[in-house]
Design a protein around this ligand. Structure first.
Ligand code: GLU
Length: 280
């Protein structure tokens, strides 16, 4: 009899603590959607793009997008220790936002009409241009030189789309899931060129392991307006992020982040864009 009572009592305690845990994890696991000051915020970045979004061997993160994300999160009320970065590859970004896996994405994410069907954007916060990266001794210097050549880009990127539509429809396009794979293929000779934003290509070309091996064509094949992606309809967050981006530029943090992250790659970035103004 006594034993049974104890069991019933501990079952009640257990039920309570399970309920409490469920509540707690609900709060934590919302990508930060409970608004400012929540316990953690999940932010989508790239993990393999030096100078923009890179997961370092020691587990830390570096790059311009990381600095933008950290600054924005600060303005939303989150300290760096409350940020949980999540890898969002080019093809995964819209889904990650729709599912609520992350509160926002800062991952070389170009604002396009097609993407705006599924997600919303704050920004733009950087203007880049599509370019080609080839081996130092290559004679590929323009789109038509790519006819029949193996060209690498990434699934779900505007870079791959532009190749097929305009830049080099006759190239043999290989689509990988990340740019680091394309660069490794360029080094090994498995592909003849890599195409994506000049900001990204410059970062790879300057890495110690590739130094002196590649060259950028410098073609400015497109305008890539980087936005901060948010879940469709989350206007409150967009407004807060736009305010944060404006103050990042006006207080000098934007310029500092540019010099710190693009300086080593000698990437000549465009001046800070005007929030809300897309360069076509
Ligand atoms: N900025 C382009 C895009 O959003 C290319 C870089 C990337 O794949 O992240 O598709």
């Amino acid at each position: 009899m006594k034993l049974r009572k104890v069991t019933a009592a501990s079952a009640a305690v257990l039920a309570l603590s399970v309920a409490a845990t469920a509540c707690g994890s609900d709060k934590k696991d919302d990508g930060g959607s409970s608004g400012s000051g929540g316990s953690k915020i999940k932010i989508g970045i790239k993990y393999d793009q030096p100078g923009l979004g890179l997961k370092e061997p020691d587990g830390s993160y570096s790059g311009f997008d990381v600095d933008v994300a950290t600054y924005v999160a600060g303005k939303l009320g989150y300290k760096p220790s409350q940020i949980q970065f999540v890898e969002t590859k080019s093809a995964d970004r819209e889904n990650a936002l729709s599912r609520g896996d992350v509160k926002f994405i800062a991952a070389t994410y170009s604002i396009t009409d097609e993407r705006k069907q599924k997600v919303d954007f704050a920004g733009p916060y950087l203007l880049a241009h599509q370019d080609l990266l080839v081996k130092k001794d290559s004679d590929i210097s323009k789109g038509t030189d790519l006819n029949g050549k193996k060209l690498c880009s990434v699934t779900g990127s505007t870079s791959a789309q532009n190749v097929q539509k305009t830049i080099a429809p006759k190239a043999n396009l290989k689509e990988y899931s990340g740019y680091s794979e394309c660069i490794a293929a360029l080094q090994s000779g498995a592909v003849d060129a890599v195409t994506t934003d000049d900001s990204i290509l410059a970062g790879f070309a300057a890495q110690d392991k590739y130094k002196g091996q590649f060259k950028l064509a410098g073609l400015k094949l497109s305008n890539e307006n980087y936005g901060v992606g948010v879940k469709k309809g989350d206007t409150a967050t967009i407004n807060k992020i736009n305010d944060a981006l404006k103050s990042m530029v006006s207080d000098g943090s934007w310029q500092k982040a540019v010099e710190k992250n693009f300086g080593p790659a000698h990437y000549k970035n465009e001046p800070a864009p005007t929030i809300g103004k897309i360069v076509q």
